[in-house]
Design a protein around this ligand. Structure first.
Ligand code: SF4
Length: 225
């Protein structure tokens, strides 16, 4: 299969996950000539506008702010956390507060920042109450949005931050330790799992292995330029 055909197949698979069979079949029989936008805006800002009032799962009722994501829409590195926390829910931006500041330092150490070749978001766009883990039924409703973000951004590498993000995206029940140091596959894009910056604030011993992971991330991205 040629890379182009592979891209189209991947897009159609993701669109089917987003919209279900009906639209999938429509797209198959009537291909769009405007970049296969699948009914959503073909840029990330338009996509955010279209889904920011989402009520597909019960978290839409309990959230304060919808947290779509921030960063470079053409980033080669996509960082994905589990779900917004209390601060993020208040301000509508992912990875803020002390953990966010630490993440900014880690990014600076590999020559990047939130505006430069990095995009940051969560699997879930709304906060689960009391910071509980998202339910599988909620993930199933929200994950197609992440898939469409990936389709628009086209990162070279996805990094899941924390055990829950890694387990949720890979749909496995394994320890973070066993998920690290491996390039997994997430719908055709390589995915690594490393510690969540909040975990580093609680346990200084995790800083070294996290730094090792980010050196691997930098090497991978540098070599794929
Ligand atoms: S968590 Fe996702 S699916 Fe649920 S309401 Fe928010 S945006 Fe919609």
């Amino acid at each position: 299969m040629s890379p182009r055909t592979d891209d189209v197949s991947r897009y159609l698979r993701q669109t089917q996950e987003l919209f279900g069979d009906e639209l999938y079949l429509n797209i198959s029989s009537q291909p769009s000539t405007s970049g296969m936008d699948g009914g959503f805006g073909s840029d990330i800002t338009a996509f955010e506008q279209e889904i920011c009032q989402c009520q597909k799962c019960p978290l839409g009722q309990s959230r304060n702010k919808f947290v779509f994501g921030v960063g470079d829409p053409n980033a080669s590195l996509l960082l994905v956390g589990e779900a917004p926390g209390a601060e993020e829910d208040k301000l509508g931006e992912p990875f803020i507060g002390r953990a966010g500041k630490l993440l900014d330092k880690i990014l600076a150490a590999i020559g990047r920042n939130r505006q430069k070749d990095v995009y940051i978001c969560n699997v879930m766009k709304c906060r689960p109450p009391n910071n509980r883990d998202p339910l599988r039924s909620e993930v199933d409703q929200c994950e197609p949005y992440l898939l469409h973000q990936i389709h628009l951004i086209k990162p070279k590498l996805i990094v899941a931050l924390g055990r829950v993000a890694g387990q949720t995206l890979l749909n496995v029940d394994k320890s973070l330790k066993s998920l690290r140091n491996t390039f997994h596959d997430y719908h055709g894009t390589p995915l690594m799992v490393t510690y969540h910056p909040a975990a580093l604030l609680r346990n200084q011993d995790l800083k070294r292995p996290t730094w090792e992971d980010f050196k691997t991330i930098k090497d991978y991205l540098d070599s794929s330029k």
